[in-house]
Every structure is written in C-alpha cells, then in structure tokens.
Design a protein around this ligand. Structure first.
Ligand SMILES: C[S@@+](CC[C@H](N)C(=O)[O-])C[C@H]1O[C@@H](n2cnc3c(N)ncnc32)[C@H](O)[C@@H]1O
Length: 264
C-alpha cells in the first residue's frame, strides 16, 4: 500500500474506539444522505449497493432498517469486519465487508464479477482520494440510470486549520463536481452546509481530530504553546465543517451529451 494510504489507514484504525462518540458531523451527514435517497429512490428495494469508505457500518445499518436490497458490498481501508458481524445480527439482509482501497476498482469488481450496481454510496470519505480521476470511473460499475449518492467536504472544510497551519486535503466545490461528472452523470441533487464546532480549548479541538481519525492530516506538524494560544485568539476554538451532498444518475447511452468523449 502507498505510504499516504497507509497513514490514512492508521489514523482511522487508531480512532476505531473513539470515532462513533466523536464523529457527530459525519453522523448528521449520514442522516442527510439517507433523506436524499428517500426523496429520489421511490422503490423500497434499492437493488445492488456498493458503499465506499463505510467505516463502522452505521450508514449500512440505518439504510438496511429503512430499505431493502439485493446485495450490499461495504468497502474500507480499515478492517471493520467485526463491526459488520455485529450489525448483521440486527438486520435481515446480508451485508458483505471488503477491506480494500476503494480506488482499486479491479479488486472491487473481482468481488462480484460482472455485477453492475444500482447504487454507489459514500459518506464523508471521497475527499481522501483523487476525486477528479476517480469519480468518472465509477460509471463503469453502475448500470445505466444507476445512482451515485455521496457526501464529502468542500473548500471551507477545516478552514481555520488551513489558515493557521496550512494543513488540509484538496477539497472541491459544487461546480467542480458538475464538471467532473457531467459526461456520464446527470446531477439530480446538490447542496452544501456549514457546521461550526465550538471547543472549550484548542487542545480539545486537536483531540477531536485525532478521535475522528484525521490525524494523518497533521503529518509533519507539531503543536506548541504559542500555536495553541494564537489559534484560541484568532479562531475562538472553532473548527468549521463544510459538507457537500450530491446525488447523480448515470446517463443511459441515448442521454449522453453530444460532445462527450466517451460517446464517440
Ligand atoms: C470520515 S470516515 C467516514 C466513515 C463512514 N462513512 C461514516 O460515515 O462515518 C472516512 C472513512 O474512509 C475510509 N477511507 C479513506 N480512504 C479510503 C480508501 N482509499 N479506500 C477505502 N477506504 C478509505 C477510512 O478508513 C474511513 O473509515
């Protein structure tokens, strides 16, 4: 595994005991994503589902309590197989867990050869990969008219961290997604939100980052007293989350834009 991916894996592996308690924003995003699915998917049976960056399986569990499906493959870099064994006891439909890099689409295809998914789902995970290169490839795994629904984070995510210590991922904006997806997908829903979290002190804010698995962001950065004081003065111990939600439908061959390269 590449060094960068291994660092991401270790960050989320270490946060396994603390993630559920601390990742309240990600849980809010799961609820929103489920609401978007309810709005756009009028059938109760969602068919064959692939979830990318599934974490502890909470989204899979909640989805299984309000929808039916034919199959569900949940993928994560970290081994969450024990969490899925526990979840399986609460729900009637079988969920398969695969520990893999979700950018490795060959490995995902091998798990269910020839299957074209009805729904590809991802909550708060897409920002960890090169989305410009990766997202268009997902069309290969979806059937025509299949749905890609995900939440991720936009350019103002953790803006205080970027301003104070220059750390952060390459976040995209809604207009970037429109451009990246346009040749193979029609965007049916897209919106964003801002969620400022207030901490009692700056150390608690950095503990929150560690406990939600994003320690790998801080590679090469060391906290010191002056930094903590400056952050408290400048940002009042606020950390802003900037979720983006998107639901897109894969175009059928007939509905592709005329100048689309993949149509020629
Ligand atoms: C912020 S957590 C979100 C987890 C879960 N979806 C949720 O809503 O709580 C991001 C997850 O993506 C996973 N992840 C990041 N990059 C990945 C990759 N390239 N392949 C598979 N999983 C990845 C991490 O291991 C982590 O579990």
């Amino acid at each position: 595994m590449q060094a960068q991916k291994e660092r991401i894996r270790q960050g989320f592996q270490r946060a396994k005991p603390t993630y559920a308690q601390n990742a309240k924003v990600q849980q809010t995003m799961q609820q929103k994503l489920l609401a978007i699915l309810r709005k756009h998917c009028k059938t109760r049976n969602l068919g064959n589902i692939l979830e990318l960056g599934c974490g502890n399986g909470l989204l899979a569990r909640n989805l299984a309590l309000s929808f039916e499906f034919e199959s569900y493959l949940a993928v994560d870099l970290v081994d969450f197989s024990n969490d899925f064994i526990k979840i399986q006891k609460d729900i009637p439909h079988k969920i398969d867990f695969l520990q893999a890099d979700f950018e490795d689409l060959a490995q995902i295809s091998n798990k269910n050869p020839n299957l074209q998914y009805d729904l590809i789902l991802s909550n708060a995970s897409m920002q960890w990969v090169n989305q410009r290169g990766f997202l268009p490839q997902l069309s290969v795994l979806l059937r025509p008219n299949g749905i890609l629904a995900f939440s991720t984070f936009g350019a103002e995510n953790y803006q205080e961290l970027r301003a104070s210590c220059g750390i952060g991922l390459e976040y995209l904006e809604p207009k970037d997604y429109a451009e990246i997806l346009q040749s193979d997908f029609k965007i049916l829903e897209s919106f964003e939100a801002r969620i400022p979290l207030h901490f009692s002190n700056t150390l608690a804010l950095f503990r929150h980052l560690r406990d939600t698995g994003v320690n790998s962001l801080q590679q090469g950065f060391r906290l010191n007293k002056k930094f903590l004081t400056d952050y408290a003065t400048r940002f009042h111990n606020v950390l802003t989350y900037h979720p983006i939600y998107l639901l897109a439908q894969k175009r059928s061959l007939e509905s592709k834009p005329k100048d689309s390269p993949s149509n020629s």
